[in-house]
Design a protein around this ligand. Structure first.
Ligand SMILES: C[S@@+](CC[C@H](N)C(=O)[O-])C[C@H]1O[C@@H](n2cnc3c(N)ncnc32)[C@H](O)[C@@H]1O
Length: 428
């Protein structure tokens, strides 16, 4: 390795150019290289490459560096031309892996999922099969090139009122007129071809049920001119909710509320949870972090009318939507509140099955402790952060539970994000 940035041992300053051999991909949308014994987290590179990189920052006490690859000296066979001109060093921070082939993106995400399960979860294998053979990340059915999947997108807005995306680790915004990740329906709303003076964010939704909505922060910067008449504008006109389709049902979801962004995601996750839990008629299911009721509503068909399903969700609006979405399923009870507090209240003594779909921070020890007290026969853990899944798996393992399967899903192609569904069973 060469260094034009100063004597060995002292960290090169921000802006210095260094040459790096790239070792592997890491959680966070970057790769790992080394410079004078220091770890360097390098964006826009791929494992096996040699790159020239510009130092963009230092970690605490300069124990590690951040850098952007700017010239590829030895390219990986997995490298492709990024489909978007805004991707790359200094550009839009929304995507991390546009320069990797789709196959390589899935392989990288699989590696990261396995690494987090091993390092944070303490897992070496799943049911006697090494992680390398038992855990991988799959594309969503129907996804071909990883483009055109975003049904919900939140744009940052430049000082001139133009929508775009934040640059990586920056408050600066790159104006982007056509993001290749959004669906044609989101693009057709036309929000990026308008200016939004005074706005900080503009969120656009084009739902699978055919509804279109725009939400602006602050709402005083909203406008209707230039938008088609059917586009709802929160605070100015139209409904506050959109219709989504999944599991053969229609779902009402607040346009600002939680719903999976990839149109293939809800069905893929429901199928994985169903396969993992194998719900039987009459069983009692707990759907924790239930949103507008996706898992409760879809698994109700398997569990039947003699079953009981308790769904627990914090958001008042999501609970209202869930009650409406599931009004035809008398076996479902929706509980509005904090999951930990609800479990701690002793509302249920035992359950058969649990779906856990927590936010990025994970469920955590206190919630898991309560869940284990209910002695379920199986837990399906739906995770949007593999690190949180790893930490919670370690806790469950320590409490005598075992991981029986893990499936990863690329619900966010081109980006660093991945989703996983893990089945946990009592050991023995
Ligand atoms: C990843 S979303 C899952 C939603 C739903 N399962 C779905 O698939 O559409 C996580 C949900 O947990 C809710 N949530 C976050 N923290 C919570 C808490 N402490 N107690 C209850 N719900 C919470 C959020 O409002 C959000 O709806």
């Amino acid at each position: 390795m060469t260094d034009s940035a100063g004597p060995p041992g002292r960290p090169p300053s921000v802006g210095a150019r260094i040459t790096l051999d790239i070792e592997r991909a890491a959680h966070g949308g970057h790769c790992v290289g080394r410079h004078d014994g220091r770890v360097v987290f390098v964006r826009h590179a791929l494992p096996g490459e040699r790159v020239e990189a510009v130092v963009t920052g230092h970690g605490a006490k300069a124990r590690f560096l951040r850098a952007d690859a700017v010239t590829v000296l030895v390219a990986s066979p997995d490298r492709v031309d990024a489909p978007c001109s805004h991707a790359g060093a200094g550009g839009c921070g929304g995507c991390d892996w546009q320069h990797a082939s789709r196959g390589a993106q899935l392989a990288i995400k699989g590696e990261i999922l396995r690494e987090q399960l091993h390092r944070l979860g303490g897992l070496d294998e799943v049911e006697g099969v090494a992680l390398a053979e038992s855990v991988s990340v799959e594309a969503v059915p129907g996804d071909v090139d990883g483009l055109g999947w975003r049904t919900r997108v939140r744009y940052a807005v430049t000082a001139e009122g133009r929508p775009g995306f934040r640059r990586h680790r920056s408050h600066g915004t790159e104006a982007v007129e056509r993001c290749p990740l959004v669906t044609d329906a989101v693009d057709a709303v036309g929000a990026t071809r308008l200016t939004w003076p005074g706005a900080e964010e503009v969120e656009v939704v084009a739902s699978s049920g055919g509804d279109r909505a725009v939400q602006v922060e602050p709402t005083t910067a909203s406008r209707t001119t230039g938008l088609d008449r059917d586009v709802a504008v929160r605070g100015l006109r139209g409904r506050t909710w959109v219709r989504e389709l999944a599991g053969g049902r229609e779902w009402r979801v607040q346009s600002s509320g939680f719903w999976q962004v990839h149109p293939g995601a809800p069905d893929a996750l429901v199928a994985a949870v169903r396969e993992a839990l194998d719900p039987q008629p009459g069983e009692h299911l707990l759907d924790l972090y239930s949103g507008v009721g996706l898992f409760a509503g879809c698994l109700a068909a398997d569990l039947g009318s003699e079953s009981r399903i308790d769904a627990v969700e914090f958001s008042v609006d999501a609970c209202k939507d869930a009650r409406r979405n599931l009004h035809d399923l008398p076996q479902v009870r929706i509980h509005q509140g904090d999951v930990e507090a609800w479990l701690g209240s002793g509302a249920v003594d035992t359950v058969d099955l649990v779906v856990l779909d927590p936010p990025r921070s994970g469920a955590g020890a206190a919630v898991l402790d309560h869940v284990l007290d209910l002695a379920p026969r199986a837990i399906a853990y739906v995770a949007c952060d593999p690190a949180a899944l790893g930490r919670d798996v370690r806790f469950l393992h320590g409490a005598g539970w075992r991981v029986a399967s893990v499936r990863g899903f690329d619900l966010f192609p081109m980006t660093q994000h991945l989703e996983a569904v893990a089945l946990l069973l009592p050991a023995g």
